[in-house]
Design a protein around this ligand. Sequence first.
Ligand SMILES: [Zn+2]
Ligand SMILES: [Zn+2]
Length: 438
Amino acid sequence: MKAILPFALAAMLFPAELSAATIADGVKADMPALMTLYRDLHANPELSMQEVRSPAKLAAEARKLGFTVTEKVGKTGVVAVMKNGPGPALLLRADMDALPVVEQTGLPFASKVRATARSGVETGVMHACGHDTHMTSWLGTARRLSAMRDQWSGTLVMILQPGEETGEGAKAMLDDGLYTRFPKPDVVLAFHDAAALPAGVIGVTPGYALANVDSVDISVKGVGGHGAYPQTTKDPIVLASRIVTTLQTLVSRENDPANPAVVTVGSFQSGAKHNIISDEAKLQLTVRSYTPEVRKLLLDGIRRIVRGEAIAAGMPEDKMPVVTIRDAEYTPSTFNTEKLSARALELFTANFGADRVMKTPAVMGGEDFSRFWLADKKIESLIFWVGGAPIDKWKAAGGDQAKLPSLHSPFWAPDAEAVISTATEALTLASLDILKKS
Ligand SMILES: [Zn+2]
Ligand SMILES: [Zn+2]
């Protein structure tokens, strides 16, 4: 890490009401152009690792601003670097991918794009996670920081990441030399739009913020036969049902209740007809935790319970269930470092007011932003939330999230203007603080 990071100077006054006013004015003047870009990105969504149009468009804009831009990093990622004197290196990340969802927002610029998902299913494509607001704010921030070059010193590394939804994009960029071919960051920063916060409200979660996400497949073998003669079979549906039930005790009886954990069986498939006992049942699980210790307890526990139940059912050794932990789809938990989280809370509260900034609880969703910190834990790291739920809808629902569309919903239509203006201002403010001139 470089000698003195700016937030170590937290006691110093933020050098400028002046700067904050300049940022807000600059963002306001840029909003019509940013909203035009947003509507264009929203109408032209691209699936994970197939991002072509969005990165090309934004890379061209970053070049115009004076960034040195490299495309196709980690397949379709973009790295835009601006070296501006001595000081720390700051990485700002936006993700680019959309989801295989048929948009139902009814917006005039709603996506009509169709594509073939990896499953082979033809589907609509939609920015249902709001990554279009991330890309737009990324460019808004690049414009502000380029215009305010005389007010900061250091190295800015702005990246556009592919494939967040499939958990592979951050890894792809790191594997392609993000920290070796380009300046290695001292600080990494990003935001995500939030359906659980009213529009324009910022949420910061110090410490663990998002979960370890593991996908697990279990193939439960049986001995098939006629449904009328169960004594001649080993019924995999009964065995798999016992497995599902016993798995519930991992969280309720084995895990420390103070450590959050989730084991969800999301799919249970077996059999084809009333009177046939199948010879296999297939289970698909999502397994979530924050710490490596709880993750290990859950994954080891799943293997043990599956084998134990099969033995109890009298399955022979050559017909033990097969547990597959899908390592390629693993997303590690996201940790917001304490010092940067505290500084961001302080800085955002001073700028936006206490009614627009709050500490938010951790959630069990996953984000591969985690990998930028895990690659070197000396890095300071933060991903914060910017609320997108339109205020009128939020009030009508009495703030009850269950009555409002969530992220990934075909109805998710954030107040994009509030998200983009708030995020651009917050990212610019934090960047100027981190890259403060000494
Ligand atoms: Zn998502
Ligand atoms: Zn997302």
